[in-house]
Design a protein around this ligand. Structure first.
Ligand code: GLU
Length: 382
C-alpha cells in the first residue's frame, strides 16, 4: 500500500490544537515551537505547496488571561473568552509570518458557513482568492457567535470541512498523540498503532472510542468524523504528533503517524459538499423499498418516507436513515419538514391534493443526494 507523502501535496490544511500552541503552565504561546513550525511551512511553500492553517487556542488564551481556570466554561463564558483570545491568536500568527514577509488572513467560520450552500460558496471564494494572493488563511470557528446548537465545537471537523471546501489533497491533524491505536494506548500497553487506514470501517470507529479528556477538545472520535469528511472528498488525512520541534519536517522525514487514505473516486463538487454535511437540521426515515431504490440511484419520493425528525426548510441539508435508524445518506430537501409531514407515505400524484399546490415529485432528488459507501453507513449504525 502506498503511503501519502507531504511532499506530493499541492494544497494542505494543517490543524493545530490549543495544547500545541499554548504552554498551559506558563500561560503563554510556545514561541520556539511555533517558529519551528513556521520554518517548515515556508519550506513547503517554497516547493509550491499552498498551506491553510486551522488554529485553535482562542478560548485557551483568554482562559489564562482572565484566570477562568475551571475546566468547563459555560457557553456565554466561552463566547466571551473567544472574543478576547481570538485577537491575540490572530496577532500571534500574523507576527510570526510577518518576519518572513508572508501575509496572513483571519477567517472565522460558523457551522452555517459550511452547511448553507450560498454561505459555503462565499467562504470558498474568499479563501480561494486569499490563496491566489499568496496569503496564509488562519481559520477558526467563530466561537463568539456560535451557540451550542449551531457549533462545530471542535476544530477537527471544521478543518475537514475546510479541506473538502477548498479541495485540499491533504489534511494534517497535529495532536498530542501520533495516530490511531487499536485502543487507548494510555490505558492499554498492548494497543497497536495503525500507520495506514485504507477504509473507515465499523472496527476503526470502535477504536476511536470516547474522547479522553487529556487529548485535544475533539479527542479521537471527532478525528474519525473528520477523516470521514476528508477522505470522502478525496483528501488524505493524517493524525500526527505535533508537540515536537519542526513537526512537519519530522513527518517529511518519516515520523510515525496514521494516514487515512483518500477515496480515489471523489464526488463532483456539489456532491462533495452534500457528502461532508454535518447535517444537524433533521432526518428522514425511509422504508426498505425506498432504501433499495435510493441505492439504485433513484430519488426519494414521499411514498417511501416513514418518519420525519427535526425542523428544517426547503434547501437545507438533512440526513436519510433506514428503518434500523442507520444513516445511509445525506441530501438537500425540496420540502420543509412541516410539508413532508403532510405528504408522508403518499403517492406522487396525491402531493398537490395534500398540499394544495403543485410541488416537485421528489422530496430529495437524486442529484441532490449522496448515498454513503456501505462501510461508512455500517459504521454509522454503531
Ligand atoms: N475554536 C476553539 C478555540 O479556538 C477550539 C476548538 C478545538 O480546539 O477543537 O479555542
Amino acid at each position: 500500500m502506498t503511503y501519502p507523502h507531504i511532499n506530493q501535496a499541492r494544497r494542505i490544511v494543517i490543524k493545530i490544537g490549543s495544547a500545541l500552541l499554548i504552554d498551559e503552565q506558563n500561560a503563554c504561546i510556545r514561541q520556539s515551537w511555533l517558529e519551528s513550525l513556521i520554518q517548515d511551512i515556508i519550506n513547503l511553500r517554497q516547493n509550491g505547496c499552498e498551506i491553510l492553517i486551522v488554529s485553535s487556542g482562542a478560548i485557551a488564551l483568554a482562559r489564562y488571561a482572565l484566570k477562568l481556570n475551571r475546566y468547563k466554561l459555560r457557553l456565554n463564558e466561552k463566547q466571551a473568552a473567544a472574543a478576547i483570545g481570538q485577537i491575540k491568536l490572530a496577532q500571534t500568527w500574523n507576527e510570526v509570518f510577518a518576519k518572513y514577509d508572508i501575509i496572513t488572513a483571519q477567517i472565522l467560520l460558523t457551522l452555517d458557513d459550511t452547511e448553507t450552500r450560498l454561505h459555503y460558496s462565499n467562504a470558498r471564494s474568499a479563501i480561494d482568492t486569499l490563496l491566489k494572493l499568496n496569503c496564509i488563511p488562519i481559520i477558526n470557528e467563530n466561537d463568539t457567535v456560535a451557540t451550542s446548537e449551531i457549533r462545530f465545537g471542535d476544530n477537527d471537523r471544521l478543518a475537514a470541512r475546510v479541506a473538502e471546501m477548498i479541495k485540499a489533497d491533504q489534511l494534517i491533524l497535529f495532536s498530542d498523540i501520533d495516530g490511531l491505536y487499536t485502543s487507548d494506548p494510555k490505558s492499554n500497553p498492548e494497543a497497536k498503532h495503525l500507520p495506514i487506514i485504507p477504509e473507515l470501517t465499523h472496527e476503526i470507529y470502535a477504536m476511536g472510542g470516547k474522547a479522553p479528556t487529556s487529548y485535544s477538545s475533539g479527542g479521537m472520535a471527532t478525528k474519525l468524523a473528520a477523516a470521514k469528511i476528508a477522505t470522502m472528498a478525496g483528501c488524505a488525512m493524517a493524525i500526527a504528533y505535533g508537540k515536537l520541534q519542526h513537526p512537519l519536517k519530522a513527518l517529511q522525514e518519516g515520523a510515525r503517524c496514521s494516514w487515512f487514505l483518500a477515496n480515489n473516486k471523489p464526488y463532483p463538487a456539489r456532491k462533495r459538499w452534500i457528502a461532508g454535511s454535518i447535517g444537524i437540521k433533521g432526518i428522514l426515515y425511509i422504508d426498505n423499498g425506498a432504501e433499495k431504490a435510493l441505492k439504485q440511484g433513484k430519488s426519494l419520493l414521499p411514498a417511501g418516507i416513514i418518519k420525519v425528525e427535526g425542523y428544517f426548510q426547503r434547501g437545507n441539508l438533512i440526513k436519510i436513515a433506514n428503518k434500523n435508524k442507520t444513516i445511509i445518506g445525506n441530501g438537500i430537501t425540496a420540502y420543509d419538514s412541516s410539508e413532508i409531514m403532510q405528504i408522508i407515505g403518499c403517492q406522487t400524484d396525491k402531493i398537490n391534493v395534500q398540499l394544495g399546490w403543485e410541488g416537485p415529485n421528489e422530496v430529495i432528488h437524486h442529484d441532490d443526494m449522496v448515498i454513503l459507501p456501505t462501510t461508512i453507513a455500517a459504521a454509522n449504525a454503531k
